[in-house]
Design a protein around this ligand. Structure first.
Ligand SMILES: [Zn+2]
Length: 104
């Protein structure tokens, strides 16, 4: 049996999550990490998966809606942690790893 184009398309569709689901994931991670943000935006981004302003405005690449949950978690935790730690130093790295390991 040959897989048809339409069934391949269906698999992609089933993996895609809704923006509301993604935003709920961000809210859950924010609670776990203990940070508050002001806004979440989802839009296509060229060179990155997410960004975070010092004022608590989070922007995520809308392509994340097509990515596996573990990948989304990596990006979400990274950006939310920047609300606590603005750099990528040792503290940032160890907190990032421990949060991802704890809720895997
Ligand atoms: Zn960063």
């Amino acid at each position: 049996m040959k897989p048809t184009g339409s069934s391949a398309e269906k698999i992609i569709m089933e993996e895609e999550i809704l923006p509301a689901v993604f935003k709920a994931e961000v809210a859950t991670w924010a609670q776990r990490i203990g940070v508050e943000y002001k806004e979440i935006h989802l839009r296509p981004m060229k060179n990155k998966w997410g960004s975070c302003s010092s004022k608590g405005r989070l922007t995520f690449n809308s392509e994340l809606l097509l990515k596996p949950a573990a990948f989304r978690a990596e990006i979400i935790v990274h950006e939310l942690l920047h609300l606590k730690i603005p750099n990528h130093g040792r503290v940032f790295e160890s907190l990032r790893k421990s949060y991802l390991a704890k809720y895997r």
